[in-house]
Design a protein around this ligand. Structure first.
Ligand SMILES: NC(=O)C1=CN([C@@H]2O[C@H](COP(=O)(O)OP(=O)(O)OC[C@H]3O[C@@H](n4cnc5c(N)ncnc54)[C@H](O)[C@@H]3O)[C@@H](O)[C@H]2O)C=CC1
Ligand SMILES: CC/C=C\C[C@H](O)/C=C/C=C\C=C\C=C\C(=O)[C@@H](O)C/C=C\CCC(=O)O
Length: 256
């Protein structure tokens, strides 16, 4: 898929991986709607993006992905301003084993909600133009992150949901591709500096840090490049791309 003038919507776009994905989309000529709950960070980023890419290429919409009403309004506004949606990146996520229901709500429920809302606009069976949805899971969507069982569950859920949606899309003729990106640790504000969010697993905080030291840490641009591959390569559908320092690998699942 060539990105020139394509319309993308990115959740959790104000910081970290979402910001990197937004920037790479703009660099390749797409228009981007940035959804985020953090208005201060997003407004600061918008100043930079408008200077760098022009006034009309990006749009910030304050949106908590946990709110169906706010999500619906943001998708509608994106269509009104940019004329449609070609690319969705469900990226917003948190790590919080204490507030585990909120973790499920943001990391999994909102991914499902975003996907269904985007399909209303993209599905070729209902007058859409097709497109591609890339969900940001984690290496913890493939194997267990011992300090964060609920986080692991949500990311496994995102991997399974994405693969099932890809199969459903092929079988139904939606004309929409679905892929999932599974990075190991990435240098962003999400990596906890204390064990306070780990709840009953706080004693395993050091073990998670040791794993991080062993595996190493990815940079945001490395992850954004992998996202770009999943969006632009039309042969990729139903794929889970695992990215670790010096490793980029399409995951092979058992065929049942
Ligand atoms: N940093 C890491 O090591 C890795 C992160 N990931 C995943 O990548 C995604 C992005 O993570 P990072 O960029 O690292 O995190 P981050 O904390 O740097 O950025 C997350 C962004 O999402 C926004 N956000 C959080 N809750 C929201 C909500 N309810 N509604 C709207 N926006 C919300 C935040 O305001 C922030 O801008 C997450 O899904 C995370 O699970 C996956 C693998 C590794
Ligand atoms: C504390 C949470 C911080 C960030 C969350 C983010 O999504 C990063 C996740 C990164 C790692 C996931 C780990 C998954 C672990 C496994 O799959 C284990 O079963 C095997 C662990 C390592 C194998 C590779 C190796 O030892 O070299």
């Amino acid at each position: 898929m060539a990105l020139r003038n394509k319309v993308a919507l990115v959740t959790g776009a104000a910081m970290g991986i979402g910001r990197g994905i937004t920037e790479i989309l703009l660099q390749h000529g797409a228009k981007v709607a940035l959804l985020d709950v953090n208005e201060t960070a997003a407004r600061g980023l918008m100043e930079v993006l408008k200077k760098q890419f022009g006034q009309e290429r990006s749009l910030f919409l304050k949106c908590n992905v946990e709110s169906e009403e706010q999500m619906k309004a943001a998708f509608q506004k994106t269509v009104e301003v940019f004329g449609g949606i070609d690319i969705l990146c469900n990226n917003a996520g948190i790590v919080n084993e204490s507030a585990w229901e909120k973790t499920v709500s943001i990391n999994l429920v909102a991914v499902i909600r975003g996907t269904y809302l985007a399909l209303e606009h993209m599905n070729k069976l209902t007058q859409g133009q097709g497109g591609v949805i890339v969900n940001i899971a984690s290496m913890a969507g493939i194997g267990p992150l011992l300090s964060s069982p609920v986080y692991t569950a949500t990311k496994n859920g995102v991997v399974g949901f994405t693969r099932a949606m890809a199969a459903a899309s092929i079988a139904s003729g939606y004309g929409v591709r679905f892929n999932v990106l599974c990075p190991s640790f990435v240098k962003t504000g999400l990596i906890p500096s204390t064990s306070s969010n780990m709840g009953q697993f706080s004693h395993l905080f050091d073990a998670a840090n040791q794993l991080m030291e062993k595996i190493g840490i990815l940079t945001v641009p490395e992850v954004a490049e992998c996202f770009l591959e999943l969006v632009t390569d039309e042969t990729k559908n139903g794929e889970a791309l695992l990215v670790m320092p010096k490793v980029k690998k399409y995951v092979t699942f058992p065929s049942l």
